[in-house]
Design a protein around this ligand. Structure first.
Ligand code: ATR
Length: 290
């Protein structure tokens, strides 16, 4: 592309940033749309988040993504917050407004859109959500927003599961989230569940691990999502499939969180065929051959 006086800049702030796939997503989108926009990673040191956000605004940066460990740390420096991002308490997208950046969370809408492309639904489903960290807490909100029938929140430390359940139930004024220990899956009502794996267990290089290794658990799973995409098929996913369920990984979530950010920055709607092209590029980048 030609960089000239009208080129707009978007980017990613985080630490580290060198392994990010976001430039692949956004630069491909800009190229497809013939938009004069570049997307670059910005490494930000721990105590310089305020300067980074204010400096980006001063430099007329068009939009930013935010990654680990700053998804909450940026919030004090924003002038406005989207409701979902506020509930989640984490921001991954900053949209330029007249007087500062507005914070959004496109991770959860990204997960939803990814699931929809694979014909998964949350509405009316009985969900088993594994984990009680930041990712699981956000997924719990998504399940509430999407009106899941019930959400069994299973975590290694049951206290954390209880704290997340209490908080999220409180925000939505419902009692759909039921906290449990991992081994308590045996007490779940006999039915088929949608499982969402939101722990860090199974992530490369610990590819032989799964948060639950007991075969009996997997008989209960009709469909599953693992938020991990490295490895491309986690042990959790293989076990779901071996027991007749369907399983998807988190790569499409990453893709769609990027697409939704791009749509917010540029007030456009990206076509499904473009999304599919980018997914191929992401897999090339990750050296995934199916
Ligand atoms: P994130 O922000 O990605 O959600 P996190 O807040 O560190 O990361 O949460 C990690 C999750 O993985 C937690 O649910 C954690 O369980 P605990 O709350 O009991 O710590 C879970 N997790 C990590 N390692 C685990 C392990 N070896 N076995 C079971 N759960 C594990």
């Amino acid at each position: 592309m030609k960089i000239n006086g009208k080129t707009r800049t978007c980017g990613l702030i985080g630490n580290p940033v060198e392994h990010t796939l976001s430039p692949v997503i956004h630069n491909h989108l800009a190229k497809t749309e013939n938009r004069n926009l570049v997307y670059v990673p910005f490494l930000v040191e721990k105590d310089r988040v305020k300067e980074a956000v204010e400096g980006a605004y001063a430099l007329n940066i068009h939009g930013l993504n935010v990654t680990v460990p700053y998804k909450s740390a940026v919030i004090p420096y924003l002038t406005e917050m989207d409701k979902l991002a506020e509930n989640i308490g984490a921001v991954n997208t900053l949209v330029r407004t007249e007087n500062g950046f507005k914070g959004y969370n496109t991770d959860m809408p990204g997960l939803l859109r990814a699931m929809e492309t694979e014909n998964y639904t949350i509405k009316g489903e009985s969900v088993i959500l594994l984990g009680a960290g930041g990712a699981a807490r956000a997924v719990a909100m998504l399940c509430m927003e999407q009106e899941a029938k019930e959400i069994f929140l299973l975590n290694r430390s049951v206290e954390k599961a209880m704290a997340v359940a209490k908080e999220v139930n409180g925000i939505y004024k419902e009692n759909k989230i039921i906290p449990m220990a991992l081994s308590d899956y045996r007490k779940l009502p006999e039915r088929k569940y949608l499982a969402i794996q939101a722990t860090s267990v199974g992530l490369y290089p610990n590819i032989r691990d799964a948060v639950i290794l007991e075969e009996a658990f997997y008989d209960r799973i009709a469909a599953a999502v693992d938020l991990i995409y490295n490895p491309y098929e986690t042990r959790f996913m293989s076990m779901v499939k071996a027991h007749g369920g369907k399983a998807m990984n988190g790569l499409k979530m990453l893709l769609y969180q990027g697409i939704i950010a791009y749509e917010l920055w540029n007030e456009v709607k990206i076509l499904e065929e473009t999304a599919e092209e980018i997914l191929i590029k992401m897999k090339e980048e990750l050296k995934i051959h199916e």
